[in-house]
Ligand binder design. Structure first.
Ligand SMILES: [Zn+2]
Length: 259
């Protein structure tokens, strides 16, 4: 099988994969997966992503602190991230961003400060960022406009208008399982209008499995269904979508995918 599937966003350190992680990761290349970028979301997650990247040639790592985990950071977290980020298979700072969905998250000012500090680190190291934006479109855009980092807004949930602005800043749009959901009206519009040169495919595994696996544990091979749906919406083949997304991801993360 041709390996066209580039999963630009997954969490293979997640405990959902504990029972069969190695078996699953060994099987993904033969299911068409060429590359996975496994995200760090806290210290343990970063270490987990680095470990996987060191053991699997097709897995790369991103290191960063997710907004969910910013409340009790050690004061030297940026130098720890920097040390990790200099390892050869680290291709991005992520996942970082803003999450205003739950009331008990860290205060917005704290989230914004940690987000911006990590953007500045990424810019200094010339790495792209992987952005998490949940119910925080206004502040996310304000920060991206001001700093103009390279990167991707993952699991993009904004409007077509916001998508156009993200693209005009030179950033990419990450689309995953949500486009296959029955009630996905805005995501479908975005999938239709996004320039093919700005699209990345992703899972957010173990979350957000596409239809017909919705609600089950997600893995990178399921991106085939995401590409199928995006192709259907745009009048293109799944392979065309996968190929374009792979090319875009190679450009953004500055790597060459395995064939
Ligand atoms: Zn994620």
């Amino acid at each position: 099988m041709k390996r066209l599937i580039f999963d630009s966003h997954a969490h293979y350190d997640d405990e959902a994969f504990a029972p069969d992680r190695e078996e699953l990761l060994q099987s993904l290349p033969e299911k068409g997966v060429c590359t996975v970028v496994s995200m760090g979301a806290d210290y343990e997650g970063c270490k987990g992503a680095l470990d996987l990247a060191s053991r699997y040639s097709y897995i790369y790592a991103a290191v960063g602190i997710h907004p969910e985990n910013v409340a009790e950071l050690p004061s030297d977290y940026l130098s720890q991230l920097e040390e990790w980020a200099k390892q050869p298979k680290v291709v991005a700072i992520g996942e970082i961003g803003l999450d205003y969905h739950y009331k008990d998250m860290a205060p917005r000012e704290v989230q914004k400060k940690v987000f911006e500090d990590q953007i500045l680190l990424a810019k200094r190291l010339n790495l792209p960022i992987v952005v998490h934006d949940r119910d925080a479109h206004g502040d996310t855009m304000e920060i991206l406009r001001r700093h103009r980092p390279k990167g991707v807004v993952h699991c993009f949930s904004g409007s077509v208008e916001m998508m156009r602005e993200v693209v005009s800043l030179g950033m990419y749009i990450g689309l995953g399982g949500v486009v296959t959901f029955q009630n996905a009206r805005v995501a479908v519009e975005v999938a239709k209008e996004v320039p093919l040169t700005s699209l990345l495919t992703e899972t957010d595994a173990p979350y957000l499995a596409p239809v017909p696996f919705r609600g089950k544990r997600c893995d990178s091979s399921m991106i085939r269904y995401v590409a199928q749906r995006i192709g259907e919406i745009r009048g293109q083949s799944a392979d065309e979508i996968l190929l374009a997304a792979r090319h875009n991801a190679e450009t953004l993360f500055d790597i060459i995918a395995e064939e």
